[in-house]
Ligand binder design. Structure first.
Ligand SMILES: Cc1cc2nc3c(=O)[nH]c(=O)nc-3n(C[C@H](O)[C@H](O)[C@H](O)COP(=O)(O)OP(=O)(O)OC[C@H]3O[C@@H](n4cnc5c(N)ncnc54)[C@H](O)[C@@H]3O)c2cc1C
Length: 557
């Protein structure tokens, strides 16, 4: 039997649930499918907050300029204007839905300073903002009557005559494959942090949606731009930017606030690409502390730390064994966020008819070459809402799909072949670790041609090994080995595209620092790189950057 819905949303993080809610409000039949229970999506880990120009002295224009500058002038300014103009309305709506934002004494929503922002405009719920928002939206979609398929894993998109008509998915509990027919699919599968090792991302952030869309014919854009967050513990666990927003310092081994050298005006609150590179430079030049930088919160005092940063205090204690009230926390940059993704317009439409995308898996692009903290949660709600509305409208104009059940058996054969494979002596975990370490080393904060070529060759080798590797668990029920296998296939395709595109962008901009081309080159490179899938490997194309009112200028903090 084929399951049929008007709108099928893949992913139940903030973007997926916000899109589903909006589509449902337009009166169409909506289902959400997620590989984990909705409130376990990575959005739950967002700590520091969500941006909007709410303050009397702030404005959407100021928020836009900070975002454009943060993006190193690669963000599309028409998208950024919409993004920043609509932000306050979305925050107030989240508040009305029940989000218990932090407050000022007089009752207004409190806002903390964040990196790269000239104004304190990050709304927060202590340091558990994402968790609270996710629970609020989960309640909303249940109340609105959205059908939720939880613990279902989407394995591929269904494309007929160049139009997306649904998806194939596996119910994890039973291992059963199922065809979903939909008038429109919204991809909202989040980030791909686990292509890197280490990463601040959850183990489930494996870029499945980007890979499915890429293979189905949608283009990926800005894949050169990967954000390293300046403050992560050894294993990648994040210490929110809110810690610096509340006044935390970064110190080197000499006890210096070294950021004064790199960003005299904004110091620790320069944008993330700038701070991460500065930290790594200090470490590489011998002014680190056993390979780390120190995040010092002591001067904030016990009361403020426990009120505003309780989770940071607890994580530092549990994971690094450090009491942040008494001692500085050893941190270092870690892979955090993917600015690139499935290319969409401002309503979420991709280049594949019938497929929309929103949230971290999409690329609108408001973040350009570097995202500002607090702008990603905002992207999930603004563009989640817009894509839900646009997809519902699209669904109203197309006839019901008629997907063939035969597709299920073809996909079943592909999966059976993995289960039947004999032991190649290799393992999914080994290939995944080698991929992650290769990407971190050669496609990380500092890049050069030789390293990028090494990465391309290594990913090609890993893709060959992947074709032969099987799984030890051959059962059907809750087979997580099989899921890891499928996720690795997705990540390898993305790793290939992500190592390939930066080779071509011969300049440094935002998060991409080419040691061999250290300057930004607006003459040649004020454009987006698009990557398309072909069986022979990625193929490149370009698209212009939309500039409305902010001409590129030198970027200093
Ligand atoms: C530790 C951390 C802290 C952060 N803090 C902040 C912050 O303070 N402010 C900010 O603005 N941003 C922050 N970010 C970034 C921000 O949280 C994310 O970009 C955003 O939450 C992504 O939301 P999403 O809805 O796009 O995806 P996610 O929340 O990642 O959800 C993805 C969904 O897709 C589903 N899915 C994936 N693959 C499949 C598949 N194959 N089949 C079925 N379902 C699938 C998952 O089950 C999940 O429901 C942080 C990120 C991290 C990692």
């Amino acid at each position: 039997m084929v399951l049929t819905h008007d709108v099928l949303v893949i992913g139940a993080g903030l973007a997926g649930m916000r899109a589903a809610l909006e589509a449902r409000r337009k009166g169409v039949d909506v289902a959400v499918l997620s590989k984990v229970h909705p409130v376990r999506s990575h959005s739950t880990q967002a700590q520091g907050g969500i941006n909007a120009a709410l303050g009397e002295d702030d404005s959407w224009e100021k928020h836009s300029f900070d975002t454009v500058k943060g993006s190193d002038f690669l963000g599309d300014q028409d998208s950024i204007e919409i993004f920043c103009k609509e932000a306050p309305g979305d925050i107030i709506e989240l508040e009305h839905m029940g989000t218990v934002f932090g407050r000022e004494e007089d009752g207004r929503i409190a806002q903390r300073p964040f990196g790269g922002a000239a104004f304190p405009r990050t709304c927060y719920v202590a340091d558990i903002t994402g968790q609270v928002l996710l629970h609020v939206l989960h309640e909303q979609i249940l109340q609105a009557g959205v059908r939720v398929y939880e613990e279902w894993f989407a394995t591929s998109l269904i494309v007929e005559d160049g139009v997306c008509r649904g998806a194939l998915a596996m119910e994890i509990r039973s291992g059963q494959l199922q065809a979903f027919s939909a008038k429109v699919v919204i991809m909202a599968t989040g980030g791909l942090g686990r292509v890197y090792e280490p990463s601040t991302n959850s183990l489930i952030s494996t870029g499945d949606g980007q890979a499915l869309a890429y293979r189905a014919g949608a283009a990926l854009m800005d894949t050169e731009f990967v954000q390293y967050h300046p403050t992560a513990l050894r294993n990648g666990i994040l210490m929110t930017e809110g810690a610096r927003g509340e006044g935390g310092y970064l110190l080197n081994s000499k006890g210096e606030r070294f950021m004064e050298k790199y960003a005299p005006k904004m110091i620790e609150l320069a944008s993330r690409d700038v701070v991460s590179r500065a930290e790594q430079t200090e470490i590489d030049e011998g002014r680190g502390v056993n390979g780390f930088i120190l995040l010092d919160l002591r001067h904030l005092g016990r009361e403020k730390i426990l009120e505003r940063l309780p989770q940071i205090h607890e994580l530092a204690m549990d994971i690094a064994g450090v009491d942040s009230i008494e001692e500085p926390i050893p941190i270092r940059p870690s892979m955090h966020y993917f600015m690139g993704g499935i290319k969409t317009d401002v309503d979420g439409a991709t280049l594949l008819p019938g497929l929309y995308a929103s949230g971290e898996c999409a690329c609108v692009t408001v973040h350009g070459a570097n995202r500002l903290g607090g702008n990603s949660l905002l992207e999930t709600v603004v563009f989640g809402r817009r894509s839900g509305a646009a997809a519902a409208e699209y669904a109203g104009g197309v006839p019901a799909g008629n997907v063939s059940e035969a597709l299920v058996s073809q996909e079943g054969d592909r999966i059976k072949a993995v289960l039947d494979r004999s032991d190649s002596g290799d393992s999914v975990a080994r290939i995944r670790m080698e991929m992650g370490e290769t990407m971190n080393r050669y496609v990380g904060m500092f890049r050069n041609e030789e390293g990028l070529n090494t990465a391309v060759a290594k990913i090609a080798e890993l893709k060959e090994r992947y074709k032969r590797v099987g799984v030890h668990d051959r059962s059907r029920v809750f087979n997580t080995s099989l899921l890891f296998h499928l996720e690795l296939g997705n990540m390898l395709d993305l790793a290939e595209a992500m190592a390939f595109a930066p080779l071509h962008r011969k300049e440094s901009r935002g998060a991409q620092f080419r040691v061999d081309y250290p300057q930004r080159d607006d003459e040649e490179w004020l454009k987006h790189v698009l990557v398309r899938y072909t069986p022979e490997g990625p193929s490149l194309d370009y698209s212009p950057v939309t500039i409305t009112r902010w001409q590129p200028e030198r970027r200093v903090y």
